[in-house]
Design a protein around this ligand. Structure first.
Ligand code: SF4
Length: 391
């Protein structure tokens, strides 16, 4: 059997596909990040384990017929990992279900590669990565990505990480298969999100040519530092000067006259302040770490936060209280599950049959909220409010 690639052992390229949205927007960030330690998080380790379970499922179904006992033995070994959660089984299965459906209608049995190392160094210096699942059916190259996180839904539309994997996969298979279309998909079962995007091969190759000079700059550490949304996961997010300077230029507005700012200036200020909150959070985390190390941050220090009280032994404490006449009803709260939580517990089908169809659930529109002009939702005003729109 082909040895499974443990995600934990995946090597990282300087210009990795997963960080491409960052180095494409801010080319020198990749070299700047080199001086920071690479600390893995528990979330990342959790994702690694979920990927390993998914890989086992995919191999069994697509790549190598496997005896049930072999599958169970391998899965049981993964279940012993302290990060294992029962829900990983459900989520990896829905990822496999998605891929099964994708391949079901194909006329000829597709080619499937799981955990495929792809080389996109023709476009990005020393660029390589590992694609979760590559499928070639007819003239279409399918690049599929499984994301276990439950942070934010990620769109496959024009997604640079996916396009780099696709460029690498095309380089590997173009001699064997007549590929003319590329289908990208991101599956995030914990968010109930599947995002798909299709583009002609020539558009992909054109994009590859366009990013070549940017990737060259990024590799050399040249170009401008450009702050933005992509700073969120940059290792330099707290101490990057360019990031700080974008906020200090908010002072420019003081020079403006008359004393009240216009609606246009309101828009400009909001645009600049968009990532202020996450920047301040990053600064605080950094300053706390430095203070705890004994390094001075001018005007700030680390102190002990508010503590909490916990039972030494909850069962013993409650028994003691009951023995002293305290009623059980006083010790527990009964809280009804919210509609989204109940839907998760029941599953979509049962939820629909038991609650939605008999009309036991009502949807109410959300409160008006401010969003950037690029948001996909329709703009509303007091005249055409969300309530009327809904009804
Ligand atoms: S924090 Fe933002 S601006 Fe600074 S290097 Fe990182 S991505 Fe670039």
């Amino acid at each position: 059997m082909a040895k499974q690639i443990a995600h934990a052992e995946r090597a990282h390229a300087l210009l990795s596909a997963s960080a491409s949205n960052r180095w494409l927007a801010c080319p020198p960030s990749a070299r700047l990040e080199e001086q920071f330690e690479d600390k893995g998080s528990t979330y990342a380790a959790e994702g690694t384990l979920a990927h390993e379970i998914a890989e086992l499922r995919l191999r069994k179904y697509f790549v190598e017929p496997m005896a049930k006992s072999t599958f169970t033995r391998r899965l049981n070994k993964m279940k012993k990992n302290e990060l294992f959660q029962q829900e990983m089984l459900k989520h990896t299965e829905s990822y496999l279900d998605y891929l099964k459906e994708l391949t079901l209608g194909m006329e000829v049995s597709p080619y499937v590669a799981v955990e495929k190392k792809v080389d996109f160094s023709t476009y990005v210096p020393e660029g390589f990565g590992t694609a979760d699942c590559i499928i070639i059916g007819g003239n279409t190259l399918y690049v599929n990505d499984f994301k276990y996180g439950k942070g934010v839904p990620v769109s496959a539309e024009d997604n640079p990480q996916m396009k780099l994997y696709a460029l690498g996969a095309y380089a590997a298979y173009s001699f064997l298969y007549p590929i003319s279309k590329v289908h990208l998909s991101i599956v995030q079962p914990r968010l109930d999100n599947v995002s798909e995007y299709e583009l002609p091969l020539e558009d992909l190759l054109k994009w590859g040519e366009e990013i070549k000079p940017v990737a060259q700059k990024a590799f050399k550490g040249d170009g401008e530092y450009v702050p933005g949304e992509h700073c969120k996961f940059c290792k330099a997010k707290a101490t990057c000067r360019a990031r700080m300077e974008q906020y200090s230029t908010l002072d420019d507005f003081k020079q403006m006259k008359p004393p009240l700012i216009s609606n246009e200036e309101v828009g400009q200020a909001l645009e600049k302040a968009k990532h202020l909150e996450s920047w301040v959070r990053a600064l605080k985390e950094y300053a706390l770490k430095e203070s705890l190390k004994g390094n001075e941050i001018a005007g700030w220090k680390a102190v002990e936060g508010r503590g909490s009280r916990n039972y030494v032994d909850q069962d013993k404490a409650f028994q003691h209280l009951k023995a002293h006449g305290i009623k059980e009803a006083l010790l527990y709260e009964r809280v009804p599950l919210t509609v989204p939580k109940l839907e998760k517990e029941l599953g979509k089908k049962e939820y629909r049959e038991l609650l939605e169809e008999p009309g036991l659930v009502q949807k109410s529109p959300g409160k008006p909220t401010l969003a950037p002009a690029t948001d996909k939702r329709q703009a509303i005003t007091n005249e055409v409010s969300a309530t009327e729109d809904f009804s």
